[in-house]
Design a protein around this ligand. Structure first.
Ligand code: FES
Ligand SMILES: [Fe+2]
Length: 424
């Protein structure tokens, strides 16, 4: 249980709020670069701010205020030029730093006043990495953008999946440090959704949570497992401050505002041995729906099941009414670290996990027990020894609605046509 005021601190993300200021000190993925293959401008809302993400004809990305400085027209209806974005109302043009570099009528009739008229709109930094576009909305100097080790892996099929989840970001992130839900939500509930009544999945017998520079690791022993299990020796990562890392994929929970979250996930599947070299020209991005035709939440896929839990907790979970138990040890640690680190930020310190050296940011390792499989690959016939990896060969289990063209590209990359994974 948490006092109402403390819940407010965890959940409010607009400028000037403690958590809003805290989260602005990290880079956040906000889109797939491939979204800009067939468009140049995207309206985005991020941490309670209305912005426009664009790619100009030089290929430079900009993230600027949604509203034009002149008379406040919506720049997401503007158009890009060789450099920058132009307002569609009277043609004022801005560069990626937010500087208004052209005011067509004024520049024609009063070129002498050009300097005097200088104005700007707010603008934030954007960087592309591993097919994702990351934004930084915090104070300068910006920290380095961490290049997580999986972003450097070769010969993999990567894809980016985006969904909008209508609830606060923090209940989404608490899910990253919540091992017991796997047993119930993904194992036992999935079976029942398929119309069976059992058996019950292996129970959790022991849990352990440990902090490290870039988050928390949770460790578990389930019935049939032991302390020698990689789930206990290595564990899995609740990645600071708003992501989940499971080896083959990342899930970020990026606050749109206090009541909405952008779920943005990045997936990597190493092609089987013998299918190398495999190089993707660009990382495909697709949008996953979260409601079915009856307006109910989709529950057929793993992350969709998580979404059901998150939105079910309410638009902003009321933590003054919860009943925490021993399965919530990780959640308690995560909340405490946020409160402590917000205090530390107010004293002028860097926030947890900040990387200031370009060298250190070049390849940041995270705990994962199947790294070698990702690096060296497996023979197709050996996938059956790794049920979680093998599952992926028959279809995309994480989110609903994978476009058939992406499945086809995956089947081709993996050489699955005509196998029992893709008999057709
Ligand atoms: S409102 Fe944008 S140029 Fe006038
Ligand atoms: Fe889950």
């Amino acid at each position: 249980m948490l006092a109402v005021e403390k819940n407010r601190i965890l959940t409010q993300v607009s400028p000037g709020t403690p958590m809003g200021e805290y989260l602005r000190r990290y880079w956040h993925p906000i889109a797939g670069a491939s979204e800009f293959d067939d468009k140049t401008i995207k309206a985005v809302r991020l941490l309670g701010e209305d912005l426009v993400l664009y790619k100009d004809l030089n290929g430079t990305y900009g993230l600027v205020d949604r509203q034009c400085a002149h008379r406040r027209a919506d720049l997401s209806y503007g158009f890009v030029e060789q450099t920058g974005i132009r307002c569609n109302y009277h043609g004022w043009r801005y560069d990626e730093k937010g500087a208004c570099v052209e005011q067509p009528y004024e520049d024609t009739v009063r070129p002498d006043l050009r300097e005097k008229r200088r104005c700007s709109i707010k603008a934030y930094s954007v960087k592309e990495c591993a097919g994702l576009l990351f934004a930084y909305l915090g104070p300068q100097p910006a920290p380095e953008l961490p290049v997580w080790e999986p972003f450097t892996w070769q010969n993999g099929f990567r894809e980016i999946v985006v969904s909008e989840v209508p609830c606060n970001w923090f209940q989404c992130q608490e899910n990253s440090c919540d091992p017991v839900h796997f047993e119930w939500m993904h194992d036992n509930w999935s079976l029942r959704l398929k119309g069976t009544n059992g058996p019950y999945a292996a129970k959790h017998l022991a849990l352990k949570f440990e902090e490290f520079d870039h988050g928390f690791v949770y460790k578990r022993i389930r019935e049939g497992g032991s302390e020698k299990d990689p789930y206990w020796t290595t564990g899995r990562v609740c990645l600071w401050p708003n992501a989940f890392y499971l080896g083959g994929h990342f899930e970020w929970r990026v606050p749109i505002d206090d009541e909405n979250t952008l779920s943005i996930a990045w997936f990597f599947m190493r092609v089987p041995q013998g299918r190398e070299p495999f190089v993707q020209p660009s990382v495909p991005t697709w949008f996953s729906p979260i409601r079915d035709q009856n307006g109910r939440w989709i529950s057929t896929h793993v992350m969709n099941q998580d979404f059901v839990a998150w939105v079910g907790q309410g638009r902003i979970a009321d933590r003054s009414k919860e009943t925490l138990a021993s399965s919530d040890g990780g959640i308690v640690m995560v909340r405490k670290r946020f409160f402590d680190d917000i205090d530390s930020m107010h004293q002028g310190n860097d926030v947890k996990g900040t990387i200031r050296s370009a060298d250190a940011a070049r390849c940041v390792e995270l705990p994962y027990f199947q790294k070698l499989l990702m690096r060296d690959g497996l023979r197709l016939e050996d996938y059956s020894k790794y049920p979680l990896l093998e599952q992926r060969l028959s279809g995309f289990v994480h989110l609903a609605g994978q476009p058939s063209a992406i499945r086809a590209a995956f089947v081709e990359a993996f050489g699955l046509r005509g196998t029992h994974y893709e008999p057709g």
